[in-house]
Design a protein around this ligand. Structure first.
Ligand code: BG6
Ligand code: MG
Length: 216
């Protein structure tokens, strides 16, 4: 039986994945990398800032030092934070709030499992924190998805067994991570069919058979 639902944040509850892409594109342009595309961006979903940087750099031909990479990652984060400055409840994806309210009304605990270090800021700015019991984010972990750590930390904070949790994800790395944590998975978002999750839906506003999912 499912007692907690752990949501990824970017691309599941909020539309910030578009801003991540824009910020990486700004960095790529500065570096003279013009081959970085939306297709490459798919490989950045769910993975850490430094791993996402490697995706961008793989599209250029140069080798950089660790210090240079740190500086680039920080630059991207500054671009991203500028884009986040105008963030408010309008960034919440359709169906997300209704879904969170419905789950809470059934006594289901709500966790966040995001590798983003900006997750607390985004939750505060959008007002979503009101519906969340515990947050596990990039500040709590040392290994990014597909490692299960971020979901295990979320379950531990919720004081639930891993088997009692359902993970909601829009990235392949996240679905693999949820499985590795012995949790059931619900795949959402534009790529939901390719995710091969236990359950799937194009978005939280689509029909989802929660009766079946929660009573597993
Ligand atoms: C994930 C995104 O949620 O957070 C990734 O899907 C991103 O694309 C990662 O790289 C890290 O985010 P941040 O905010 O710590 O740079
Ligand atoms: Mg995501």
């Amino acid at each position: 039986m499912i007692k907690g639902v752990i949501f990824d944040l970017d691309g599941v509850l909020v539309s910030t994945d578009e801003m991540h892409f824009e910020a990486w594109k700004m960095l790529a342009e500065e570096l003279g990398i013009d081959k970085f595309t939306k297709e490459d961006n798919k490989r950045q979903k769910g993975v850490s800032r430094m791993e996402s940087l490697e995706v961008v750099l793989s599209k250029g031909g140069r080798i950089y030092t660790a210090t240079e990479k740190e500086e680039m990652a920080e630059r991207k984060n500054n671009f991203y934070k500028e884009l986040l400055a105008g963030l408010d409840e309008n960034a919440i994806l359709p169906g997300a709030v209704d879904c969170l309210k419905m789950l809470r009304s059934r006594g289901i605990l709500i966790g966040i499992g995001s590798v983003s270090k900006n997750a607390p800021l985004i939750l505060a700015r959008t007002g979503l924190m009101e519906y969340v019991d515990k947050v596990s984010c990039g500040l709590d972990i040392t290994r990014s998805k597909p490692d299960p750590e971020v979901f295990e930390v979320a379950a531990n904070k919720l004081e639930l067994k891993y088997e009692e949790c359902l993970v909601v994800e829009d990235s392949l790395a996240g679905i693999v991570a949820g499985r590795a944590a012995h949790m059931k998975t619900l795949g959402v978002g534009t790529e939901y069919v390719q995710l091969r999750a236990d359950y799937e839906a194009p978005g939280l506003n689509a029909h989802i058979d929660w009766e079946t999912i929660l009573e597993v």
